[in-house]
Design a protein around this ligand. Structure first.
Ligand code: HEC
Length: 108
């Protein structure tokens, strides 16, 4: 499914769903963006890659915090010169969906 299609479906569903389901739909919609943009370093399953120094995103261990705000900040601004900055190349909707997806990996 194209990203734009997924986003539209998410927005349409949002109108009639409780918050937890809205969030789950956003997280699901973020998966394909994750696979394209992040999986190269953090792995398709999000478990990280020790050789690249890319941490596991599926556990409870966080270098920079695991709240939605922390994860969003990490994606927007990068971390420590090693986690790239995505705030310039991804739009706000995509950052939102990616944040929801990453958060969902450790909050099932
Ligand atoms: C070029 C490889 C690379 C790519 C691509 C990449 N990351 Fe990272 N990421 C890293 C590294 C390396 C770190 C650890 C930085 C450090 O140790 O200070 C990191 C850290 C993180 C953290 C912080 C983890 C923690 O424990 O606090 C999150 C969240 C994260 N990345 C999410 C993403 C997302 C989402 C994407 C895709 C939009 C992405 N990363 C793309 C290499 C990458």
């Amino acid at each position: 499914m194209k990203f734009e299609t997924a986003l539209t479906i998410t927005l349409v569903l949002t109108l009639s769903m409780p918050l937890a389901q809205v969030f789950a739909a956003d997280a699901a919609a973020g998966k394909s963006a994750y696979e394209k943009t992040c999986a190269g370093c953090h792995g398709a399953d999000g478990k990280g890659n020790a050789m690249l120094g890319a941490p596991n995103l599926t556990d409870e261990v966080w270098l920079y915090g695991g709240t939605l705000a922390d994860v969003r900040q990490t994606i927007l601004k990068g971390r420590n010169g090693r986690m790239p900055t995505f705030g310039e190349q991804l739009d706000a909707d995509r950052i939102h969906l990616l944040t929801a997806y990453v958060y969902s990996l450790s909050n099932k």
